[in-house]
Design a protein around this ligand. Structure first.
Ligand code: UDP
Length: 471
């Protein structure tokens, strides 16, 4: 007879702000449902969570939850920005993976389910070794992941790789995306002559491993991406669409214990921008942020800055330290910029983004189209101006404009005239149209995470399945 074991989920996120943020939200929902969870952070991430959030205290509410840590192998001062992902993974292979494997093999309470980031191809072997089911959690958008999974076919058909030529040519070999995706809407690292490129090879490896998992978790909701989820089911039939997870956690907490914040920021949030927002009229401010990894040049910063000031619209801009490459010195900036910013702008190093997007003064979001940011904007019904940087962001921004119709796609352009025009369109001339579309998407997102909604039901299914998984 099989011995009855306690359900024990081991969660290992990619150690970056976005994945850690949404996997912690999933971990919290599982903990609310009395499932034992071990959450593995790198030292770098954990130390920042401890200094800038109440995460360690918040999770003390859950007696069966625990954090463990591993080194990522990189020197402390390493920037860990977008372009460094390949190096981070390489370094983790040597430093973190052996310790992770040992933790699983020697766990006091045997691990009955492993949830790992979709890019962690090493997880399939480790899960097989301990005999536990593996669920991949792909924290990029499903539409973005689908372009990854189509990569072998796109290469075979000669649609990838390509350089910066014919970027408006439509893509044919990504089923379900016909008539939507052009070359320029594919992940930016497909713009290469070199198929041996580190990131391309990582994606091809991920493509081979995803179908080996017992299921794949997505931070999305059925109504938003039903056609893409149907395509994904052809590769991995068991899909859990649980998002938007930040809203889902709030929905589950409300019935359990009201709690005002669920921030998982690894940078210190500057709350002064909320007091500034409090003084601005309703829907008058465009919020500007390129997330935790993207960077821009000083020239690009100046173009965006001029565009914002010239639009005459109020703006709240997150300038994350290190997000401007090269010379970020602002001495000697145009007087006109300084005056416009003083009159109508607020610049902070890092913002409480969920709170900012929920604020009534915010009417639009100039974003890099990271998947968490996109969902956070959608839940609050805020239209977007998209300036994607890399990975799934080129795909997301295209979907925002032509499929979900909740904003404009500014990709491949960073010109003050375009910025001004798009800000005016979203915030003024086409404001009603975009707000209507955004409010419809917001309603369907909120419905999905409420009792009776699709994400709520998928989460209940996941919880039940985890409780019955046995080694
Ligand atoms: N974020 C934040 N404050 C900021 C900028 C970003 O809290 O000033 C959070 C944001 O709410 C989101 C995450 O950082 O949850 C960024 O994740 P996303 O997937 O959008 O982009 P990435 O940083 O991974 O490129």
């Amino acid at each position: 007879m099989q011995h009855e074991r306690e359900a024990h989920v081991f969660i290992f996120p990619l150690p970056l702000q976005g994945p850690v943020n949404c996997m912690l939200k999933l971990a919290e929902i599982l903990s609310i449902n009395k499932i034992k969870v071990t959450f593995l952070n790198t030292d770098y991430i954990h130390q920042r969570l401890c200094s800038h959030t109440d995460v360690p205290i918040r999770f003390r509410n859950y007696p069966d939850f625990c954090f463990r840590t591993v080194p990522d192998g990189l020197p402390e001062e390493n920037p860990r920005t977008g372009t460094e992902i390949g190096n981070l993974l390489e370094s983790m292979d040597a430093s973190a993976v052996p310790i992770f494997r040992e933790m699983l093999l020697t766990a006091e309470t045997p691990v009955t389910c492993l949830i790992a980031d979709g890019i962690f191809t090493f997880a399939t072997d480790v899960a097989a070794e301990i005999g536990a089911p593996l669920l991949y959690f792909d924290t990029v958008s499903p539409c973005g992941l689908w372009t990854y999974l189509c990569l072998p076919k796109l290469i075979e058909a000669g649609e990838v790789p390509f350089k910066d030529d014919n970027l408006d040519e439509m893509i044919i070999n990504a089923p379900g995306m016909e008539g939507i995706i052009r070359r320029r809407d594919l992940p930016s690292f497909y713009r290469t002559n070199d198929l041996n490129d580190q990131i391309i090879q990582l994606v091809l490896r991920e493509d081979e491993h995803i179908p080996l998992a017992q299921g794949v978790i997505f931070n999305t909701f059925h109504h938003l991406e039903a056609p893409i989820l149907a395509q994904l089911r052809t590769v991995c039939p068991n899909i859990y669409a649980l998002g938007p997870l930040h809203a889902h956690l709030k929905a589950r907490l409300a019935s359990w214990e009201a709690r005002p914040t669920t921030s998982n920021s690894i940078w210190e949030e500057d709350g002064s921008c909320i007091s500034w927002l409090d003084k601005q009229p309703s829907k008058s401010v465009v919020y500007v942020s390129i997330g935790s990894l993207a960077v821009m040049t000083r020239d690009q910063m100046c173009e965006i800055w001029h565009g914002l000031v010239n639009s005459g619209v109020r703006f709240l801009w997150v300038r994350r330290p290190g997000s401007v490459t090269g010379d970020s010195d602002e001495t000697g900036i145009d007087q006109e910029l300084a005056r416009g910013t003083e009159e109508r702008g607020c610049i902070v190093r890092w913002a409480p983004q969920e709170e900012v997007l929920a604020h009534p003064a915010v009417g639009g979001f100039l974003t890099h189209s990271g998947w968490n940011s996109t969902l956070e904007s959608m839940v609050e019904g805020k239209p977007m101006i998209c300036w994607p940087y890399f990975v799934d962001q080129q795909v997301n921004s295209r979907y925002v404009e032509v499929v979900w119709k909740v904003g404009l796609d500014m990709k491949d352009s960073c010109d003050r005239v375009v910025v001004e025009k798009m800000v005016r369109e979203v915030m003024e001339s086409r404001k009603d149209e975009f707000l209507k579309g955004a409010e419809e998407v917001a309603e369907s997102a909120r419905a999905a995470v409420s009792p009776g909604g699709s994400s709520f039901a998928d989460m209940d299914r996941l919880i039940e399945e985890i409780k019955t998984m046995k080694i």
